[in-house]
Design a protein around this ligand. Structure first.
Ligand code: ZN
Length: 312
């Protein structure tokens, strides 16, 4: 069995996208409105496809459905995670996602969306929207109905290397100039709470106020509980960033040779800087790969690069 399958991403074009994914990550994607690179995705809204080896041309969902041995025989009716790089050239809408129970009932059996961000780049004094300031549900609803967005939304300071966990029910938004790698449940359910009054093709994009009021958690978790500051990103090794019931996300810095062991059935690996090898497969910044069950027990890396890896 192959240990590494390189994946060809899917790209989404958005009103807030830009050119950075092409210019800084080397993706051969036209347009100046590239918002997201779905590097590791089996979601029907945008699938990644095997780009190397004996499975070349298979979509990730086909691999999951037909070659479950690649994933250590894991159970589940769909590949559980989705890894994206998001370039916010402008502010993204203020939004919230449902949990599994709400999505299953109201969104045709979809998964909910728990997500986390790893900050790849941001302006000096960078900020993200994460959480809100309402003390009760009544106050939340009043502030939404009266459009008191500046009072309602909470902004948190960020730096490159920070990781932020966004639980379902958390009001959040990526702000202009910020580039993140997002690891999330394989779901595309977003309730848009506020879009800064912007227009797309002459019309406002739809809002989902009643669903948002249903799912927003009150009060918000504290900002300190949501952020893991990156610490020393100069030393080689594996730094665990986020551990949750849906995923474990780590940053791996390679300088020379490095190996690490896991008990995962498969590993998502995205190269965020430099170049090197995953086992024998050459990779560089912008590459996304599935490390199969054959390789996930003991991953061997070499070169001079940084990766974000995740598993269930
Ligand atoms: Zn989100």
């Amino acid at each position: 069995m192959e240990k590494v399958i390189l994946l060809k991403p899917y790209f989404s074009h958005t009103i807030w996208g830009g050119k950075r994914l092409r210019e800084e990550f080397g993706y051969n994607e036209p347009g100046d409105d590239i918002g997201e690179c779905w590097g590791i995705s089996a979601h029907p809204s945008g699938e990644s496809v095997a780009a190397s080896g004996e499975y070349k041309g298979f979509s990730l969902s086909e691999l999951w459905d037909e070659h479950r041995e690649l994933f250590g025989g894991m159970e589940g009716d769909r590949f559980p995670l989705l890894v994206k790089i998001i370039d916010a050239n402008k502010d993204l809408s203020i939004q919230v996602h449902p949990d599994d129970a709400y999505a299953s009932e109201h969104e045709n059996g979809s998964l909910g969306k728990k997500e986390c961000w790893y900050v790849l780049d941001c302006p000096e004094e960078g900020e993200l929207v994460a959480g809100h300031n309402a003390g009760s549900r009544d106050e939340l609803v009043r502030m939404i109905d009266e459009g008191e967005w500046d009072k309602l939304i909470r902004r948190v300071k960020i730096k490159p290397g920070d990781a932020i966990q966004i639980d379902p029910g958390t009001v959040h938004a990526i702000t202009a100039g910020v580039c993140v790698l997002e690891t999330q449940q394989s779901s595309d359910i977003t309730y848009r709470l506020y879009d800064y009054g912007r227009l797309e093709n002459g019309k406002p994009r739809p809002l989902h106020l009643s669903q948002s009021k249903d799912v927003i958690a009150v009060p918000s978790a504290s900002a300190e509980d949501m952020i893991v500051h990156g610490g020393d990103i100069s030393s080689a090794g594996v730094a665990k960033l986020i551990v949750s019931d849906k995923y474990t996300v780590s940053r791996v810095k390679v300088s020379g040779n490095l190996s690490f062991e896991t008990d995962a059935g498969f590993i998502n690996a995205s190269v965020i800087s430099g170049e090197g090898r995953i086992f024998d497969t050459g990779v560089r910044k912008g590459c996304h790969a599935l490390i199969t069950a054959e390789g996930a027990g003991k991953v061997e890396l070499s070169g001079d690069m940084e990766l974000i890896v995740s598993w269930v």
